[in-house]
Design a protein around this ligand. Structure first.
Ligand SMILES: Nc1ncnc2c1ncn2[C@@H]1O[C@H](COP(=O)(O)OP(=O)(O)OP(=O)(O)O)[C@@H](O)[C@H]1O
Ligand SMILES: [Mg+2]
Ligand SMILES: [Zn+2]
Length: 386
């Protein structure tokens, strides 16, 4: 937890946000700080942050909000918002240069993209192989060690490592390539050995294993360092991007962003980044986010994790509670308050203020009774900096 609270360097102000259950909401997000948006499930956190804010800022920056190619018709239906966001930015956009949404959507659609290629560390690994005496004698360049380039890869599977086997009467299945046995490369390429390992052996290393193996290769270590810091030390370098879980994909994206030269002025948006994370990994993620803010960026995250909320500079709480309190933006003093409340309590944030005045209401009851009327409760609610 940082010893000092950061003061906002500016405010991103939105007005008239109407999306899903949010109706004509005015709100302001502090810039240059770490902000956590909390609230019970269905309160509208994602609607406000991942949908309205991302779309409005994306549009304002000129780049239309990132739209991923839908995989199938079902995904298309799922992705389409019921109604497009309404609302406008009334201030603060001039302080934002880039918008980065670190979401859990899958990375890539083909197994050609893997951890090593996506993070860019494979470029450096290939350069190391090309610099070995044997590779130089044979005039093998770095491209030789790419399974996406014809000269070095297995001709049978074209570098995929597996082949499709057509079965009579049954759907086709993938099987390891009978020629390269899944190594992806042709025998000549595999003859090049860097410190006892072929390029295929390197792809089989985990992040942790590679950390030791490439200890004195700073370019490779830079990527490995952030991957370890976001808790992905167990992934294999050659693990296809299509095999990452949603949370892993999100952390791979975050790690890739983190190792880029940090120039500041970026707004990072993360929706529930701690889902499924081990507590020690939450700690690591938090450190990464703090670093991003320290280098002049803004971070807005939606999360239920009290550790993150308590370590944030600002907390914006959205909750289906009586209109006056429906959305509470906490001040710096408020964070101190949060720190005093027990982080392990189930819903300390949204409950804290409200429960004090209405201690008879139990969280389960509130959920049950308020759900049906959420929309009405958000009408005209204003969130303002304290
Ligand atoms: N595409 C949509 N079309 C219509 N209603 C939606 C849509 N997406 C969300 N909603 C509704 O809007 C409300 C807010 O949803 P939202 O996803 O913003 O909640 P949330 O606070 O992010 O919840 P969680 O913590 O479960 O992610 C919910 O009642 C939800 O059913
Ligand atoms: Mg959500
Ligand atoms: Zn092959």
């Amino acid at each position: 937890m940082p010893s000092r609270l950061r003061a906002p360097a500016g405010w991103l102000r939105l007005e008239g946000v109407t999306r899903n259950n949010l109706k004509a909401l005015d709100c302001a997000f502090p810039l240059g700080v770490l902000t956590t948006v909390t609230g019970i499930s269905g309160s509208g956190k994602s609607s406000l942050v991942s949908q309205a804010l991302v779309e409005l800022v994306g549009e304002a920056l000129g780049a239309a909000a990132p739209v991923e190619e839908p995989e199938d018709a079902e995904a298309l239906l799922e992705d389409r918002p019921a109604a497009p966001s309404e609302g406008r930015i009334v201030g603060g956009i001039e302080d934002i240069r880039r918008l980065i949404e670190v979401d859990q959507k899958p990375i890539g659609r083909t197994p050609r993209s893997n951890l090593a290629t996506y993070t860019g560390l494979f470029d450096h690994v290939r350069a190391l192989f090309a610099a070995t005496p044997e590779a130089r004698t044979r005039h093998y360049d770095a491209g030789r060690f790419s399974f996406n380039v014809a000269k070095g890869r297995c001709p049978r599977c074209e570098g995929e490592g597996f082949v499709m086997v057509e079965l009579l009467f049954l759907p086709s299945v993938y099987a390891p390539c009978p020629v390269c046995h899944g190594t992806r490369y042709n025998p000549k390429t595999l003859e090049i050995i860097y410190r006892g390992k072929s390029i295929a052996d390197v792809l089989a290393l985990t992040v942790e294993g590679a950390w030791d193996f490439f200890a004195d290769a700073p370019n490779v270590c830079r990527s490995l360092k952030v991957l370890r810091e976001v808790g992905l030390d167990y992934l294999r370098l050659g693990q296809p991007a299509t095999e990452f879980s949603g949370g892993e994909a999100q952390r791979v994206k975050l790690a890739t962003e983190l190792q880029r030269a940090q120039r500041g002025g970026a707004l990072y948006v993360l929706d529930e980044p701690t889902t499924g994370l081990h507590p020690t990994d939450v700690e690591r993620l938090l450190n990464q986010l703090q670093t991003l803010v320290d280098t002049g960026n803004s971070v807005i995250l939606v999360d239920h994790d009290m550790k993150l909320a308590a370590a944030s500079d600002w907390v914006i709480d959205i909750g289906p509670v009586p209109v006056k309190m429906a959305a509470v933006l906490s001040s710096q003093a408020r964070r101190q308050e949060l720190r005093r409340s027990r982080p392990a309590a189930p819903q300390p944030i949204y409950g804290a203020r409200w429960e004090r005045s209405r201690s008879q209401a139990r969280p389960e009851r509130r959920l049950g009774t308020l759900r049906g009327k959420q929309s009405a409760r958000y009408r005209g609610v204003t969130v303002r900096p304290a």
